[in-house]
Ligand binder design. Structure first.
Ligand code: NDP
Length: 261
C-alpha cells in the first residue's frame, strides 16, 4: 500500500510519522512518503504515476486537488477543497477530513456559541461542518477580503472594526498568528474581552504554546492546541485509505503513539 502527502513545503509534515506508525503496528505492507509538489495542476498525474492507493494534500494544493478529482464526496463538495485522495479503479476520489476532524477535536467541550478567528482554508472547513451540524457560530477576520465565501453561505461575519462581542463560550484560533511570531490573532484588548467571557479556547496550531493559548490559560479557560485536529484528520483519512477495514480505535491508538516519538 503506497501512500503519500503532497504539499509545498512538506518537510515539516507529521503525517508520514503518524501513518507509518499505524501501518507498522497493524502489520500492513506499505509505506507513507512525502512528496514536494511545486505545481498543483500535476497532482492527479503524479497520483497515478506513483501508483498510490491514497494520499493527503496540504498547503497550497487542496483547491487544485478538489478541481482535479474524478469525484468529490461529502463535505468536501461544499468546502471546495480536499485533503484526502483515494484511488478507486482508475478514478481519483476526494474527501475532506479536516472538517470532521475538527468537529471531533472539539466534541469534548460543552459549547453553545463559537467564535472562529480567521478566514482561511481551516476556517472554511470548520464553518461548513459546524453549519451542517446546526451549531451556532460567528467568524471574525482581520481583513474583509476573505469573507466572501462565508457571507455567501449566510454565516455571521465580522472584521476587527465591525465586531460586536456576544458571549462566545468556545473561541477557536484558525489564523497563523503565533505560528512563527508572538502575535495574538486579535488586538489584545479585544482578545481579552472575548476570552474573559469564554470557557474554552482551541488553537489550530499544534505543538506550541501560542500567545492565544497562553492568554486563554491565564484567564482560566480550558484549552487545547491543534494536535487532536491533526490526529483526527489523519485517522479519518487512514480509514478512507483502508476502506474501513480496521477499527478506528486501533488506528487512533497507533497514530497517537507517533505523537510521543
Ligand atoms: P490560511 O493562510 O488559509 O489563512 C490564514 C488566516 O490567518 C487568514 O484569515 C489571515 O487573515 C489570518 N492571519 C494570518 N496572520 C494573522 C495575524 N498576525 N493576525 C490576525 N490574523 C492573521 O491558513 P490555513 O487556514 O491553511 O491555516 C491556518 C492555521 O491553522 C495555520 O497556522 C496552520 O498551521 C494551522 N493548521 C493546523 C492544522 C492541524 O492539523 N492542526 C491543519 C491545518 C491548518 P487575513 O485574511 O487578514 O490575512
Amino acid at each position: 500500500m503506497m501512500l503519500c502527502i503532497f504539499g509545498n513545503p512538506v518537510s515539516h509534515s507529521k503525517s508520514p510519522l503518524m501513518h507509518n506508525s499505524v501501518i507498522k503496528h497493524l502489520g500492513i505492507k506499505g509505506c507513507y512518503a512525502r512528496y514536494k509538489l511545486e505545481d498543483g495542476k500535476k497532482i492527479k498525474e503524479r497520483f497515478f504515476q506513483l501508483n498510490l492507493l491514497g494520499a493527503n494534500v496540504t498547503v497550497p494544493h487542496k483547491e487544485s486537488a478538489f478541481a482535479l478529482c474524478d469525484e468529490v464526496r461529502g463535505v468536501a463538495q461544499k468546502i471546495q477543497a480536499v485533503n484526502t485522495l483515494v484511488r478507486e479503479g482508475d478514478k481519483m476520489i476526494g474527501y475532506n477530513t479536516d472538517a470532521e476532524g475538527f468537529l471531533k477535536a472539539i466534541e469534548e467541550f460543552d459549547y453553545r456559541n463559537i467564535l472562529i478567528i480567521g478566514a482561511g482554508g481551516t476556517a472554511k472547513a470548520l464553518c461548513t461542518i459546524l453549519h451542517m451540524h446546526n451549531k451556532k457560530f460567528a467568524l471574525i477576520n482581520r481583513s474583509e477580503g476573505r469573507l466572501d465565501f462565508f457571507k455567501a453561505q449566510g454565516f455571521q461575519t465580522f472584521t476587527w472594526e465591525s465586531f460586536e462581542n456576544d458571549s462566545y463560550d468556545l473561541v477557536i484560533n484558525t489564523t497563523s498568528a503565533g505560528l512563527e511570531d508572538d502575535a495574538l490573532p486579535l488586538p489584545e484588548a479585544m482578545m481579552r474581552e472575548v476570552l474573559q467571557k469564554a470557557r474554552f479556547g482551541v488553537d489550530a496550531i499544534y505543538g506550541k504554546q501560542t500567545p492565544f493559548l497562553k492568554l486563554a490559560q491565564s484567564l482560566s479557560l480550558q484549552t487545547k492546541d491543534g494536535s487532536d485536529l491533526l490526529l483526527y484528520q489523519g485517522l479519518l483519512a487512514f480509514n478512507y485509505f483502508t476502506q474501513g477495514r480496521y477499527s478506528l480505535k486501533a488506528i487512533e491508538k497507533y497514530m497517537r503513539a507517533s505523537f510521543r516519538l
